[in-house]
Every structure is written in C-alpha cells, then in structure tokens.
Design a protein around this ligand. Structure first.
Ligand SMILES: *Cc1c(COP(=O)(O)O)cnc(C)c1O
Length: 469
C-alpha cells in the first residue's frame, strides 16, 4: 500500500514514511492510493476477536511495511485492559429509542483521541527506533488531542512533544490533565488566541521546510493518517458488536469538529463495512453541518468561532475535510487543488452540484445542537436511562435522534466522559460529574505550562531551545 497527496504533488510513500510527516509537501493530505476492501466473509471471520487483534487485522491493511509480528505486538501493547480500564476496550451500552453508546473514552485522558493516540505512541517509538532517529512533535489542540498525544508519548524514547493550546479556552480538568505532566519530553505552550490561530502557527512551522527538516518536525494532530487508520478499527468493532450476521446495517452518529473521527467512518464504509448512515453532529460552530445541508463549505474566521460547552468541537476549519472532498470529486487531485485555491481566495467553495450524492452515495446526513439542546439531552438521557453523558456526546445523541430508523441500530460515539466537562454537567443536573477514582485530585497537582502570545517567532525560539536533536 502506497500513499499519495490529495493535491497530487507527492511521490507515493509507505505508511512508515507518512507516519512521521504532517502535511504533504504540496500542502495536501496523504491518502491511500487505493482503499483496501474487506469482504463479508473476512468480516465474519473477525467476529470473535479481542479489540487488539481486530486492530491488528484492520491496521495490517494500511501499514503494509510493518512486519506482521511487530504490528501485532504494537496493537497488543496499545490496547490493554490496564490502559483502557475496560476488558472490551470499547464497550457498547444500550440507551433508549434505538440508540447505543459506543464507549471510546475509557483511555487515560477520558476522550476518544486516546483510541488512535495509544497506537500512535507505540508505532512512533517503533519506527524511530528502527531508523535510529528522533522526532519533535508540534501540534495544536483544542483540548483532547493534546492531552491524548502527551499521555501516549510521555517518556517515549526519541520523541519530544510541543503542544500549543488556546489559553483560557479549555476546561479546568483538561488543563490539569495536560499541564500536570512533568515528563521532560513534554512541553505545553498556551497561546493567547483561539485554536485555529494556534493551528496556523503549527502549519507555518511545518511549511518552513528548512526548519521542519532541521528539527525533524512531526505531527500528531488529526491530519496524521495513522490516527485515521487506527480510528477505522472501532467502526468495525462497533458493527461487529451491534450486529448478528453478515449484511446487517448500522448507523453511526459522530460529534464532529475537525472531521477526523467521522472521516474514519467514511473510510470504513468505503472498505465495505455495512454502514447505513454517517450522522455528522456539530455544535453552534456548524461549518460542517452547513456543508452537508447546502453543499457550500464556508469556514468562519476566528472571531466567528464561538466558545461553546462542547469545546473540542469549536473548530471552523476542518483539517481532515479535504480527504473526504478528494473522494467526493472522484479522487481528482487537480480539482482538490483548485478548490483549496478558491478557498484561500474567496473564503468558500461550492459543491452543491454534488449534494445529491452526500446521502445516497456516501451515507452522510448532518445536524447541529445548541447549548440548551445539550443540557436538555444530558438531562433526558440521565432521566430515562441513568446514564450520564458528556456535552460532546450529547451533541451526537441530540442529532442522532432525528435519524433513527426502525431495525437499524444507531451507535452514538461517546467521545468523552462527563467528568471531563463537569461544569456543564453541573449546569444540566445541579451536581458535578465525578472523575474516576484515580483522577480525583488531578486539579490540585502542580502544573507546567509556558504562556505566550500567538506569535510564530516566539514559539519557534522555544522549540529551538528545547527540541530533541
Ligand atoms: C476531538 C473531539 C471531537 C471532534 O472530533 P473530530 O475528529 O475533530 O471531528 C468531539 N468530541 C470530543 C470530546 C473530542 O475530543
């Protein structure tokens, strides 16, 4: 399996090569030259597998340059009961009204980013060790990516992490989770700005080829293909747990921001997994909901990106969206390049001519929620089932309810545990959500963070001083 760029300007590379890169040299994103297909027969043969071995089966279709025994060792090291606090790794829990929760938040940072990141930590250390080299991860996070990356890479050999976060825009628990890490290879940088501005700095650094080469910059933000591939696994797992036999269809509802999680659902569906609908849920930052409703992609400027009670979805430019558009326009890299040029020029592009295909061909539907919707959904799910859900998952449940069909299980991806966003739980139910026992005193631990202006030169200097060389 080789990987090409969505904009056509990259010589085909192997999985291990794109693993250590951010954007492709032409500014595009790496995608498989051709998607692997999984037959109904193969799918049935995976039914009894534990999560780690299912992960091996799926990832071996993408990481064809890693020997089978090594890859199996990596997935078994990544997906353990100790790390995920759950024998199933990803438990499936029924709610009411045809909905179930697919529990992606049992990992160390209580959010779904751990699902991909724990594998990434293993495979990074493995590939760097093989190549005898080092890597400096530079990323931007609106909360969960950063902490998941830091927990996956803390103490790993040959890697340092420089994680930019928007100062004052994360929950107290999220801050405590990241900033309390004292490992020497983990660097937290809080910038005075919003997520997209922090992301711009990361893109500028990665776009400076001399700097990127000199300091061996790598990325773990959601454009990293290995993350997308690792997320494909839980769509297969969810389907296998929710169905009894070949061909049965399942729908998934996905709280979305950067379009990373749901892109993996699109990949799984394109590989032949019988997914009926992919229900995309946004909060008030509804760029993606608008696209699937109208066919117009119109990212908002920073000042129109609202701080909401589902903050990990407060994103107006969806980094991974380009990979879906690549498929949508028939994998025509020239057309993708032209679309992103018009995006830079006009601030939007219009694919409404393709809109009839969004649902019929790709299964996509969309909806948005408001703060009031989330509070009401948290309350109603709790009252009806006794299950406490976090505000992001509430976005998913709220939108999913509009698309439930008889006989088709609707799996809502649980993207975080409620304890991570206790302020909102308290607002909804009048009492806080308690963190799992081992994290009870997290917020009282000493924190380690650099606060800076959103300034490229300042961030660059800090990296030069602290990079692994
Ligand atoms: C990252 C995140 C999302 C959004 O996922 P994308 O892959 O960016 O679409 C939703 N909920 C939570 C809790 C997250 O951390």
């Amino acid at each position: 399996m080789k990987y090409v760029s969505t904009r056509g300007g990259m010589t085909p590379l192997q999985f291990s090569d794109i693993l250590l890169e951010g954007l492709a040299p032409d500014g595009g994103l790496a995608v498989p030259e051709q998607l692997p297909q999984v037959s109904a027969e193969t799918l049935e043969s995976w039914r009894g597998l534990p999560y780690a071995d299912l992960a091996y089966e799926v990832l071996s279709l993408f990481a064809t340059d890693i020997p089978a025994d090594d890859l199996r060792r990596l997935t078994r090291a990544a997906y353990t009961q100790e790390t995920f606090n759950s024998e199933d790794i990803v438990p499936l829990r029924p709610l009411d009204g045809g909905l179930s929760l697919l529990g992606l938040s049992e990992g160390p940072t209580l959010a779904f980013k751990d699902m991909a990141m724990q594998f990434l930590g293993q495979v990074f250390e493995y590939v760097l060790g093989k190549r005898g080299t080092t890597l400096n991860i530079v990323g931007a996070t609106s909360g969960d990516t950063g902490s998941a990356a830091e927990y996956a890479l803390r103490g790993k050999r040959g890697v340092a992490v420089f994680m930019l976060s928007p100062h004052g825009r994360m929950s107290a628990f999220q801050r405590a989770q990241m900033y309390s890490l004292q490992d020497e290879n983990i660097h937290n940088i809080a910038v005075r700005g919003v997520f997209d501005e922090a992301q711009d700095i990361v893109k500028a650094l990665a776009g400076d080829l001399a700097f990127k080469t000199r300091y061996r910059l790598g990325a773990v933000n959601s454009i990293n293909w290995a993350r997308i591939a690792a997320q494909v696994v839980y769509y297969f797992h969810g389907w296998l747990r929710a169905t009894g036999k070949a061909g049965e269809e399942v729908s998934f509802a996905v709280p979305s921001g950067n379009f990373g999680n749901i892109l993996s659902g699109h990949i799984a569906r394109s590989m032949g997994l019988p997914i009926r609908r992919l229900v995309l849920a946004t909060n008030e930052n509804n760029v993606l909901e608008e696209f699937f409703r109208t066919g117009v992609y119109r990212p908002r400027p920073a000042e129109q990106t609202y701080a909401t009670s589902s903050p990990s979805m407060d994103i107006s430019r969806a980094s991974n969206f380009e990979r879906f558009v690549f498929d949508l326009v028939g994998r025509d890299a020239g057309r993708v390049k032209a679309l992103w040029e018009s995006l830079a020029r006009d601030g939007s592009f219009d694919l409404s001519d393709l809109k009839p295909q969004f649902e019929t061909r790709y299964g996509f539907v969309s909806g948005a929620s408001s703060h009031e919707d989330r509070l009401a959904t948290i309350r109603s799910v709790y009252d009806e089932t006794g299950v406490l859900i976090d505000p992001h998952t509430a976005d998913g449940v709220k939108v999913a309810r509009d698309f439930v069909e008889p006989g088709v299980p609707m799996l809502v991806l649980e993207t975080a545990l409620p304890a991570k966003f206790s302020e909102t739980i308290e607002e909804a139910l009048g009492r806080p959500a308690t963190p799992p026992g081992n994290l009870a005193d997290l917020e009282s631990l000493p924190q380690r963070v650099e606060i800076m202006d959103c300034d490229l030169a300042e961030v660059r200097r800090f990296i030069e001083l602290h990079a692994k060389v």
